[in-house]
Design a protein around this ligand. Structure first.
Ligand code: SF4
Length: 240
């Protein structure tokens, strides 16, 4: 019996309840904004260091109607919504959902792994999102090993479109030094530079927690930040 179809289906959250949970308030995730976060269940990648295995492997518990009802109660208190996950672009009705959020007057930040360039393009073209945080997981030669997803090319289509449109976005990489080396990060930065990325590159240090998607161990390898190229502004997160 083929398991491919079942595998793919299992990675898409039920349409009627796509949202795993809601963070009701944050000032950190969308800088300079008062936001809430909608965490979409399921993901089409499986990064071993993923902090959200319960979201990636879990089921949605809330419908978009419930999420919109929550937003209605926050109209005067929040200005933005972060769509995160999991991978929120897997939700088939993401466009209609964004339209409803925009009609209520909220800005939208989208967190994505870049695996759905067509969805991203539609949301940008229809002015349904305001900011994107794009994960640049790994160089092409390590992408599948790290993410268990073969579509590096789709990721680059997302990246290239954001650059071409001069859309406000950040490229960021989570660094676990046993999974990515200095050479790997150099390759990522050089690729961003050559594609015309002009913004700050964010390097996010992995902070160990007990439960990750791949039961990741603490970092053992040394990572020498001094070996990173000075070809673009870089901001370090969680490096102490
Ligand atoms: S870290 Fe990887 S597995 Fe986890 S939500 Fe992001 S893309 Fe999916």
């Amino acid at each position: 019996m083929s398991t491919k179809r079942e595998f793919n289906l299992s990675r898409i959250a039920p349409i009627n309840k796509p949202i795993h949970s809601i963070t009701k308030f944050t000032t950190l995730d969308y800088p300079h904004h008062l936001a809430c976060i909608f965490w979409f269940a399921k993901c089409n990648m499986a990064c071993p260091y993923c902090y959200n295995p319960h979201i990636v492997k879990g089921h949605g518990t809330q419908s978009t109607d419930e999420a919109l009802k929550f937003l209605q109660s926050r109209v005067d208190r929040l200005d933005s919504v972060v769509l995160s996950g999991g991978e929120c672009t897997l939700f088939p009705s993401i466009e209609a959902f964004c339209q409803s959020i925009k009609m209520m007057g909220f800005k939208i930040k989208l967190d994505t792994n870049g695996s759905n360039p067509n969805v991203l393009k539609t949301l940008i073209d229809k002015k349904l999102i305001d900011y994107v945080a794009l994960d640049y997981k790994a160089p092409s030669y390590k992408f599948e090993t790290l993410t268990k997803n073969k579509d590096f090319e789709k990721f680059t289509q997302s990246l290239d479109y954001l650059i071409k449109e001069n859309f406000p976005f950040e490229a960021r990489t989570t660094l676990h030094s046993d999974l990515l080396s200095t050479e790997d990060i150099n390759t990522i930065m050089l690729d961003l530079y050559q594609r015309g990325y002009k913004n700050t590159y964010y390097l996010q240090n992995y902070l160990h927690v007990d439960e990750t998607l791949g039961n990741t161990k603490k970092q053992q390898n040394k990572f020498d930040l001094r070996l990173l190229p000075s070809i673009m502004p870089i901001e370090l997160r969680n490096f102490g």
